[in-house]
Design a protein around this ligand. Structure first.
Ligand SMILES: CCCCCCCC/C=C\CCC/C=C/C(=O)SCCNC(=O)CCNC(=O)[C@H](O)C(C)(C)COP(=O)(O)OP(=O)(O)OC[C@H]1O[C@@H](n2cnc3c(N)ncnc32)[C@H](O)[C@@H]1OP(=O)(O)O
Ligand SMILES: Cc1cc2nc3c(=O)[nH]c(=O)nc-3n(C[C@H](O)[C@H](O)[C@H](O)COP(=O)(O)OP(=O)(O)OC[C@H]3O[C@@H](n4cnc5c(N)ncnc54)[C@H](O)[C@@H]3O)c2cc1C
Length: 674
């Protein structure tokens, strides 16, 4: 593993762990990166972007005021954007996630402990131009946006509505006299709220508004809107814009609010790939599918699976390395205190985080490939695969973000008190990832979208109609008997599918019962939503487990024997862990016995012990440079206590021997003079 400083002194416990590792770390890095070529290019990009030291701050971000933090983030965003245009442009021809490769995105993390104010520009503004504009519109806007001559964001959510897009209140009313749209915010709740970079950074944004023409509402549509002067950056007349205030995370993203007072934009600023308003105000629907204007959200949901896998890899690297150097308690009085990584409960907290990072990384690549296939079909006018893909991307977004947030918090628990320090790096990771569970579609809301699809698919299976690939297992849902338990990996995956099928069947049965008892379809659905969410979750787990297993078998076909073994151990761990988390469901829907579950628990514990000697090697294989980790606990050299003290000494509170608070408050109070 390459490190920036080859002469570093490494903590002896970490050195011992690395000596113990029995597999080729670089081979696993290649698997995680999606191939050796990708690893080499990633390293080149990281070397160019990070070796100059431009990502470093003189004073830690955490000691800055909100305004200083923001300005510093803009400063570094500009440095990074300039690098992207120059040095990194040529290097970024990786297998890319559209606009900019995920590697470029990830490397940027070295520059920000929170996020860049440009995140929404690259993450949503540019993708919306690419996905929602006509070719003519694209040729005008895209070069300016890619060159950062204009900076934009995506303003959809309002104070009153985020989830329910059809309920948005901002209006865009066409005026054929002037060939303009008039944007207006009729109520307080119609103010745009949340868009990243909107507060102070951007001068353009995509605004999603209810389109009115010839007195008729045609639902929500996207518009490109200039909100600040291109030279002075002053908000334009008719625009009310500002920053929304401190948040749990994202504090360098200047999330903003935006209101319109009869603000006029040219007709051509409606993004017209999927629907058009002609000069005379005639509305023309172009797209075959009604939800294509939601395309940018689908894109980001796909990207987020990869994003959270990466952040989980970071948290597990920090927690595993720290657990290797931390020694605590003395279970055997005659022996030295063990490394906390030797506690089986610690392994239980951490190894699932490593396995999940792999599972999500591989699923994200598979999801991206499926997305590319759906896009290619849609280019030819075929939208048949979109419903299945929407169901799939919705549940994978929901489960990957939720699991990652939970496991990052578990990594913090695993680091004891020191994990609570900002300097450990884990709180910032958690704050970032916990937001991903909410934005781009809340967890519950997205799982209910998947559930709609599952119920329909179940009904198709019942009618013996053909099923789409991700739900083909529903064809076996009507055998009448419980699925046969078998603790092989394929057997466990079949059991997960049986759980998903069983739970979907329960929902359908309950809804039908409720409707027979007089409830409307909507009310019967509502009463079943706890179970519908559980069914969608079970479906997603089955998809992740199946994909993870298949991809690992494929990717390790030519690997060295020990890499095969350790990758197989991780996938098996993932399957055992989730089977043991769902024992109640397994008892309901499969033939598993109490003895089978006791045996599975023992097999799981033995697997933890087998993985233990390779744990540090496994997180080293994520190959995350110290600059990306921002962590006193997780650095490659393991100098944890030294770094914690160095960071503590940087605190502005330690600048003066006696705080001003002493003379102002403490002394008067203690002397009875307050
Ligand atoms: C690579 C470089 C970049 C790096 C990137 C880094 C990552 C981070 C990037 C950016 C940071 C992002 C910051 C956050 C941004 C935001 O949050 S933007 C706002 C996002 N908002 C949402 O996600 C809102 C969620 N709500 C919805 O999606 C929808 O309202 C809904 C809940 C799905 C319901 O929609 P609606 O009411 O219109 O529809 P229904 O009546 O429920 O359903 C009707 C049928 O349509 C189907 N449907 C719904 N959505 C879609 C879709 N997207 N595609 C296809 N089909 C869809 C639905 O299933 C129904 O079908 P049915 O009738 O057959 O069952
Ligand atoms: C950090 C961050 C950045 C963001 N950035 C942007 C941005 O750049 N641009 C942008 O437009 N938006 C942005 N958002 C907004 C984000 O997309 C919304 O907050 C998100 O979609 C959730 O919608 P909401 O806030 O309306 O939640 P609500 O819908 O009000 O959810 C509240 C609760 O109600 C439940 N609920 C709601 N509807 C249903 C239902 N039908 N059935 C069952 N339960 C339901 C939810 O599950 C949740 O528990 C951002 C949000 C955050 C936190």
């Amino acid at each position: 593993m390459t490190q920036t400083n080859n002469n570093m002194t490494v903590n002896p416990d970490l050195a011992m762990e690395r000596a113990k590792c029995n597999f080729n770390v670089l081979e696993v890095t290649h698997i995680f990166d999606g191939g050796e070529r990708n690893t080499l290019q990633r390293k080149k990009i990281e070397d160019v972007a990070l070796n100059s030291g431009a990502s470093k701050d003189a004073l830690g971000e955490e000691h800055m005021s909100p305004k200083e933090k923001y300005e510093n983030a803009v400063r570094k965003s500009c440095i990074y954007a300039t690098m992207m245009k120059n040095e990194l442009a040529e290097l970024s021809g990786l297998e890319s996630f559209g606009v900019s490769s995920p590697v470029i995105r990830r490397t940027a993390d070295a520059f920000f402990k929170e996020v860049s104010p440009f995140l929404l520009h690259l993450g949503m503004f540019v993708p919306t131009i690419m996905g929602q504009c006509t070719p003519e519109q694209q040729s005008y806007w895209l070069p300016r946006a890619l060159d950062m001559q204009i900076i934009g964001t995506y303003a959809q959510t309002e104070l009153g509505h985020g989830t329910f897009i059809r309920g948005l209140e901002t209006t865009a009313t066409y005026d054929p006299e002037t060939e303009e749209f008039v944007l207006h915010s009729p109520t307080l709740s119609s103010y745009k709220w949340w868009a990243g970079g909107l507060g102070k950074t951007v001068n353009y944004c995509i605004v999603v508004a209810q389109l009115y023409t010839k007195g008729e509402c045609h639902g929500t549509h996207p518009f490109i809107v200039q909100i600040r002067d291109e030279d002075t950056h002053v908000p334009l007349p008719g625009i009310k814009v500002g920053e929304i205030g401190p948040k749990m995370g994202f504090n360098t993203a200047d999330n903003g609010f935006l209101g319109f007072d009869h603000y006029r934009i040219p007709r051509e600023h409606m993004l017209m790939k999927n629907a058009q308003v002609l000069k005379d105000g005639t509305y023309v629907k172009v797209a075959r599918h009604g939800k294509l204007t939601y395309g940018t959200m689908v894109f980001v949901r796909v990207v987020l699976v990869n994003e959270v896998a990466f952040n989980l890899a970071k948290a597990s690297t920090i927690a595993v390395r720290y657990s290797a150097i931390r020694r605590q308690s003395k279970p055997k009085p005659d022996e030295v205190e063990p490394q906390i990584l030797d506690y089986v409960t610690q392994q239980h907290k951490l190894f699932i985080a490593i396995a999940t990072a792999h599972a999500l990384q591989l699923c994200s690549t598979w999801l991206w490939e499926s997305f590319s296939a759906v896009l290619a079909q849609m280019k030819g006018g075929n939208t048949d695969t979109l419903p299945e893909f929407h169901a799939l991307s919705s549940c994978l977004k929901a489960i990957s973000t939720s699991d990652s947030a939970h496991l990052i918090e578990q990594c913090r628990h695993a680091c004891g008190g020191h994990g609570y320090m900002i300097s450990s790096g884990i709180p910032n990771l958690y704050n970032f990832v916990s937001a991903t569970r909410t934005y781009e579609g809340d967890y519950t809301v997205l799982l209910l979208q998947t559930a709609r699809f599952l119920v329909k698919a179940y009904e198709q299976a019942e009618a013996k109609k053909p099923l789409t690939p991700t739900v083909s297992y529903l064809a076996h849902a009507f055998s009448g008997s419980r699925a046969t338990w078998d603790n092989s990996p394929d057997g466990i995956i079949r059991s997960f599918q049986a759980l998903a099928a069983g739970k979907t069947a329960v929902c359908v049965t309950n809804m039908r019962k409720r409707m027979r008892a007089g409830l409307s379809q909507v009310d019967a659905w509502e009463m079943s939503t706890i179970q519908l969410v559980a069914a969608a979750e079970a479906h997603c787990r089955a998809v992740i487990a199946d994909t993870y297993r298949k991809e690992i078998v494929r990717l390790t076909a030519n690997s060295s024997p020990n890499v095969k073994v350790v990758m197989d151990q991780l996938t098996t761990l993932y399957l055992y862990y989730w089977a043991l988390e769902r024992t109640g469901d397994l008892l309901m829907f499969t033939s598993v016995s109490q003895k089978d579950l006791v045996d599975l628990q023992i097999a799981y514990e033995e697997l933890l012990l087998k993985i233990r000697p390779n744990a540090v090697g496994l997180v080293d294989a994520f190959d995350l440079r110290d600059e990306l980790l921002h962590s006193t606990l997780g650095s490659y050299d393991g100098r944890v206590y030294e770094r914690l003290m160095e960071e503590a000494l940087k605190s502005p509170m330690n600048k003066e021997p006696v705080s001003d608070a002493y003379s102002k408050y403490l002394r008067p109070m203690m002397k009875g003079k307050l």
